[in-house]
Design a protein around this ligand. Structure first.
Ligand SMILES: Cc1cc2nc3c(=O)[nH]c(=O)nc-3n(C[C@H](O)[C@H](O)[C@H](O)COP(=O)(O)O)c2cc1C
Length: 356
């Protein structure tokens, strides 16, 4: 297996840890992934909640502070590691969070949940910071690449292709199109790879996200044309993940059929463990939960009280209330059978590779 080069940064193994908001992937997990030879990502969304820095009134300031603090924590664990961030374009404070990521020393910025059209401008003073959009279609990749080339004379340093049929969290596809069998993740990977080659004359790494669990999946992804994989759900049931024990136990206990889709107030479908779907909404009704944070640019809960407050639902689960909280996961989460370590997962994925 080849090392993965993203812009100026190279990791020993072709693996990026998927960003998981609301402190599921905070500094500790990202640091240990980087220490073991992958790209570790601190996710921005809701990072201040449960950080001790949010006082109920200073959400945006606390988000930036907590984000920087978690990046520092990751670098304490892996001082020379490749540590980056995941910042959702849909977040109200997308721009300040990108700035905070740079201040915190992020080497890679991965952006999904929207098209990061203006990202190169925000990072123009830091050309070594690698920029990586997440897309689910060739069309989305083309829109970003054509805009970046024309306006900023810059290409993405890699692209993540996220499979709506398997990935966890918010998905970049309409609800009715998910699970129809129409979508072909690796055909999309190859199309985007070919687009870079033919239109830009460039060999840009294309990373497959969604549904990669074990070594066979990893080898399949690489054989099917991906330069690397992004894995999220597999790393939840590790000692290093900051999710509550209850959150991890939900992964261990859940069955395949418990995993499904829920419409998020962000207007995107999300994949989660859904035994408690009704209680999520009921919590907000019972507690008259106001939209206190305004975390998303567009949110049906913020605008009209429709659906539920997503950031507080995810936060409750992260803290251990999995009865009324929302547990995001990919389709493979049911395969979790115990709490393990990041190192043990890397050993299984890459154990007898040259260089270990
Ligand atoms: C608990 C959880 C939280 C997630 N949060 C985010 C997020 O904040 N931003 C994002 O771009 N993707 C998020 N994702 C998607 C992952 O980064 C990743 O691309 C996807 O889950 C990969 O599929 P896998 O879980 O099958 O490995 C999340 C996924 C999970 C399971």
């Amino acid at each position: 297996m080849q090392p993965l080069k993203i812009g100026k940064h190279t990791v020993r193994y072709p693996l990026i840890q998927g960003g998981m908001g609301v402190r599921i992937s905070a500094g500790r997990l990202a640091g240990h992934i980087a220490k073991n030879g992958g790209v570790g990502l601190v996710a921005a969304a809701g990072i201040a909640l449960n950080s001790g820095l949010y006082n109920g009134r200073n959400f945006f300031q606390a988000e930036a502070e907590a984000f920087i603090a978690e990046l520092h924590k990751a670098y304490e664990i892996a001082p020379d590691g490749v540590i980056g961030v995941n910042v959702m374009v849909a977040l109200s404070d997308f721009e300040p969070l990108v700035k905070a990521a740079i201040e915190g020393g992020a080497k890679v910025i991965v952006c999904g949940a929207g098209l990061p059209m203006g990202l190169p401008e925000l990072t123009s003073d830091h050309p070594d910071v690698a920029l990586v959009p997440i897309v689910s279609s060739l069309r989305a990749a083309q829109l970003i690449v054509r805009k970046w080339r024309k306006t900023y004379n810059r290409l993405p340093d890699a692209v993540v292709v996220e499979d709506p049929d398997t990935a966890g969290g918010h998905l970049g596809e309409k609800m009715e199109n998910i699970g129809t069998g129409e979508y072909d993740q690796y055909a999309t990977v190859r199309e985007i790879k070919a687009f870079f080659r033919d239109e830009c004359g460039a060999d840009v790494p294309v990373i497959a996200a969604g549904g990669v669990w074990d070594r066979a999946d990893l080898e399949y992804a690489l054989a099917a044309g991906a330069d690397g994989v992004q894995m999220a759900s597999r790393f939840v049931c590790t000692e290093e993940c900051d999710a509550s024990d209850e959150f991890k136990q939900r992964y261990i206990d859940c069955k395949k059929e418990d995993i499904g889709l829920i419409m998020s107030p962000a207007g995107l479908p999300g994949r989660a463990i859904l035994n408690n779907k009704e209680k999520i909404r009921q919590f907000d009704l019972d507690h008259h939960t106001p939209c206190r944070m305004g975390c998303l640019k567009k949110c049906s809960y913020k605008e009209s009280g429709e659906r539920f407050c997503i950031v507080t639902a995810l936060d409750r689960a992260q803290r251990g209330d999995v009865e009324t909280g929302l547990v995001f996961c990919g389709t493979n989460a049911w395969k979790s059978d115990r709490i393990t370590t990041v190192k043990a997962i890397f050993d299984e994925l890459f154990g007898d590779q040259p260089g270990t």
